[in-house]
Write a protein that binds this ligand. Structure first.
Ligand SMILES: Nc1ncnc2c1ncn2[C@@H]1O[C@H](COP(=O)(O)OP(=O)(O)O)[C@@H](O)[C@H]1O
Ligand SMILES: [Mg+2]
Length: 398
């Protein structure tokens, strides 16, 4: 089937007005599209800069109907948009990714089923929905991580457990909602792969980037070729394309991977590469593509949504991305309770620094306020400048 093409001048919509929606809007507007954001928050980062902003709840019938009337095609910026709202929209409009793909990614249980179907190893796990499931947990899943099946992000909705007693009380603490218990794996590193897949099945990719988390939140992404051994990188890219194809996915998809420590029993059982989770949208670990690649993940989101041709992105610079959490604003202040403007002029004096702020009005600990990408001709230069920027901003060294 030929998919319609929506050329610049058409109106594109996005469900969700966070920073990912904002960067989608920026890419769409740069290409001449009119944008509509649906988000209940009057001050949402994307709503503030979009041509149109519908401030209703995601499931609000009136809001959805306004969005449908205005837009030629609609995407989503986060996976917790109610899948039934996307199903409503898809009755008359082009939606990418589809409600079905978003629904699968919303739930760790259906997500893991899909990842297994795609033939990519996951961490050994058990589904916990009843008290009986708790007692059925095999010993070899401990120590492990108990994760809520739905609505977890940035390490929220997760508890590390070592014994059965801890497991039972952790499940209680999570209000006995459906969960998965994953075996704790020995990680050598974490990386992610972002692909964009078109209606006709064409699929382009970025090279895997290496991610470092702090307190469950992505802190740093390092994007350069020498990061991930080539054989492993190709394996991860192929696995991601397979996962997208099996879903008949249209849009930008990010898949997070664990690389296991060589010599560990888990490595012997599972191999080097284990899939962690997927995000049916552009991802925080792909923000560097705005400054370090000739086509960003957000432009690819626009292209897949509009039915425009895809092109294989080319990374022209080594890059390090630092997340700017609210802590940076709190650090900049002399007393911990208030926030101050961080020393941007100092940071921007460093070569290759690109500052992205999301327009959030209030800085809070752990809140993603912006990011900074350092681009350089070499990995070591990008790394050195990123360290210097981190020092200026009071971000713990890495
Ligand atoms: N099975 C595991 N073994 C070891 N580390 C893990 C495991 N699961 C999660 N982690 C660590 O916790 C982080 C957050 O877990 P993840 O499932 O990706 O949740 P979130 O949805 O919050 O991103 C991972 O990036 C990784 O550092
Ligand atoms: Mg994750």
């Amino acid at each position: 089937m030929n998919h319609p093409i929506f050329l610049p001048g058409a109106t594109l919509g996005v469900m969700g007005g966070g920073q990912l929606g904002r960067m989608f809007v920026q890419a769409a507007q740069a290409m001449g599209y009119v944008t509509v954001v649906l988000d209940p928050d009057d001050n949402s980062p994307a709503g503030l800069i979009s041509h149109h902003h519908i401030s209703t709840d995601y499931a609000d019938a009136k809001g959805l109907s306004q969005l449908m009337q205005r837009c030629a095609a609609i995407t989503t910026e986060f996976e917790n948009v109610p899948a039934h709202a996307l199903t409503t929209l898809s009755a008359t409009l082009s939606i990418a990714p589809s409600a079905q793909c978003v629904a699968i990614a919303q739930d760790r249980i259906t997500e893991k089923d899909h990842l297994k179907r795609s033939g990519v190893p996951t961490a050994p796990y058990a589904v916990i929905e009843t008290v009986d499931h708790l007692s059925d947990v095999p010993d070899n899943l401990l120590p492990g991580i108990l994760k809520t099946a739905r609505l977890g992000y940035d390490g929220k909705g997760q508890v590390r457990v070592t014994t059965r007693v801890e497991l039972a009380s952790a499940w209680d603490a999570l209000n006995r909602v459906p969960c998965v218990l994953e075996k704790m794996l020995p990680l050598a590193m974490e990386c992610s792969v972002i692909v964009a897949r078109a209606h006709n099945g064409e699929c382009v990719h970025y090279w895997p980037q290496r991610n470092r988390h702090r307190d469950g939140i992505l802190a740093i992404t390092q994007a350069y070729y020498e990061n991930v051994p080539a054989a492993l990188a190709h394996q991860a890219i192929e696995a991601t394309k397979r996962i997208a194809k099996e879903l008949n996915y249209v849009g930008v998809l990010c898949v997070e991977y664990f690389v296991l420590q060589e010599g560990s029993p888990e490595y012997a059982a599972l191999g080097a590469l284990v899939v962690n989770e997927m995000a049916p949208r552009p991802h925080n670990s792909g923000h560097y593509t705005i400054d370090a690649c000739d086509v960003s993940q957000f432009e690819l989101q626009v292209r897949t949504l509009a039915g425009l041709p895809l092109v294989q992105p080319r990374q022209h610079s080594a890059a390090v991305m630092l997340n700017l959490l609210g802590d940076v604003w709190l650090n900049a202040s002399s007393d911990a309770a208030t926030s101050s403007t961080p020393p941007w002029a100092k940071v921007l004096a460093l070569q290759g620094v690109h500052l992205h702020l999301y327009g959030k009005l209030q800085a809070r600990k752990g809140r993603k306020m912006g990011h900074l990408t350092v681009t350089a001709p070499t990995a070591s230069q990008a790394h050195a400048t990123a360290l210097e920027a981190a020092r200026c901003l009071g971000i713990e060294a890495f």
